[in-house]
Write a protein that binds this ligand. Structure first.
Ligand code: FES
Length: 135
């Protein structure tokens, strides 16, 4: 015998699922997605555009570029290791995920504040003149 459902229960369940999907879509969270490094030679912008002690997020490439010390540039995946949201801010020497406020060090991508418990994967880069590129 198959279970029976009231119309109200079905509609309530559908509404809850839709609300959860909408919340996930708004936050950008997905489960366990990770970013691969862009192809070698991909431009990550100009050195002058990366502040010393800070950085910026290249959303279209899912990459964060930082300059922890003058002349030292780093690149990391912009996808949070907690649940895959794209980090959206670099402030006070940390890369910040908006979904559950994990923070990562701009020097090595290590977790400085959870819930993430894995570092942001680092990508190799090279600087040619004033251009930063994926190595
Ligand atoms: S997805 Fe949860 S802190 Fe980033």
């Amino acid at each position: 015998m198959s279970p029976t459902y009231s119309r109200r229960a079905v509609l309530a369940g559908t509404g809850a699922a839709a609300a959860a999907a909408a919340t996930a879509a708004l936050s950008g969270c997905e489960v366990a997605r990770t970013a691969d490094a862009p192809p070698s030679g991909t431009s990550l912008g100009r050195t002058a555009d990366v502040p010393v002690g800070g950085g910026h997020v290249l959303s279209d490439l899912d990459v964060v570029v930082t300059q922890p010390e003058a002349g030292t540039f780093k690149a990391f995946s912009a996808l949070c290791t907690h649940r895959g949201c794209r980090v959206d801010e670099v402030s006070d020497g940390e890369i910040v995920c908006p979904c559950h406020i994990s923070r990562f060090a701009i020097s090595d991508g290590s977790v400085t504040f959870g819930p993430a418990d894995q570092p942001l994967p680092a990508f190799k880069l090279k600087v040619s003149g004033d251009e930063i590129m994926v190595a």
